[in-house]
Design a protein around this ligand. Structure first.
Ligand code: DX5
Ligand code: ZN
Length: 212
């Protein structure tokens, strides 16, 4: 399974140290951006992401949990994101924001919270490069995987195959050596944070995921 590593729960003073041993094994670095409005937590912004560009060439999978993402797409694109994912539940016009992301040559992603159905993003599926299914309520790392996400990634895979869509299927929240087994046959990649970065042996846990 391809792994997008969320650095949300690392000690930011030691981010380079924490990332270094994992860089060979991961496929993307997942950047969780939170504004304290769309979610009840604040994390980091584009300046931090831009700085991390200096320590790795790995593609950045940027997840915007912010209320009005369209205002900041330019900065996140210029900070070096390969994909920028917005939430359908956010306040910006979704179509306009997707178009804007693509105008920077960046892949556009759409994400759904646990209470949002795949039906609600159907119209965007032909247009996006990634669909990110939340398997926890966005806001914090280290939460428990919600099984309701399994049917969503399954449905997204069916729709992708039926219609020849090109989006990557990604899942985010509570992914570990056990929960990854429920979704690995449906997703192209999975986000994992605390299971890897807060482990006693991060490389060992990353390898568990890689081998699923
Ligand atoms: C939650 C974030 C996730 C989270 C994943 O709002 O979007 O990316 O950091 O962390 P774990 O793997 O600990 O659930
Ligand atoms: Zn995330």
């Amino acid at each position: 399974m391809k792994v997008s590593l969320s650095i949300l729960t690392v000690d930011y003073a030691k981010v380079e140290e924490s990332l270094k041993p994992l860089l060979d094994g991961i496929d993307y670095v997942h950047m969780d951006v939170m504004d304290g409005v769309f979610v009840p937590n604040i994390s980091f912004g584009y300046s931090f992401i831009k700085s991390l560009r200096k320590i790795t060439d790995k593609p950045f999978d940027t997840h915007l949990m912010i209320e009005d993402p369209i205002k900041y797409i330019k900065q996140f694109a210029e900070a070096g994101s390969q994909y920028i994912t917005i939430h359908v539940e956010a306040k910006s016009d979704v179509l306009e924001t997707i178009k804007l992301i693509k105008s920077y040559g960046v892949g556009a992603g759409i994400s759904i919270k646990p209470n949002t159905t795949v039906e609600e993003i159907k119209e965007y599926l032909p247009l996006v490069d990634m669909v990110l299914v939340m398997s926890v309520e966005p806001g914090f790392g280290g939460q428990k995987f919600m099984h309701s996400a399994i049917d969503k990634v399954k449905l997204l895979k069916e729709l992708k195959e039926e219609n020849n869509y090109s989006y990557l299927i990604n899942i985010d929240g509570g992914i570990n050596g056990d929960t990854a087994k429920y979704i690995s046959e449906y997703v192209d990649m999975a986000v994992s944070g605390s299971y890897v970065v807060n482990a006693v042996n991060p490389v060992e846990n990353l390898n568990v995921l890689k081998n699923i």
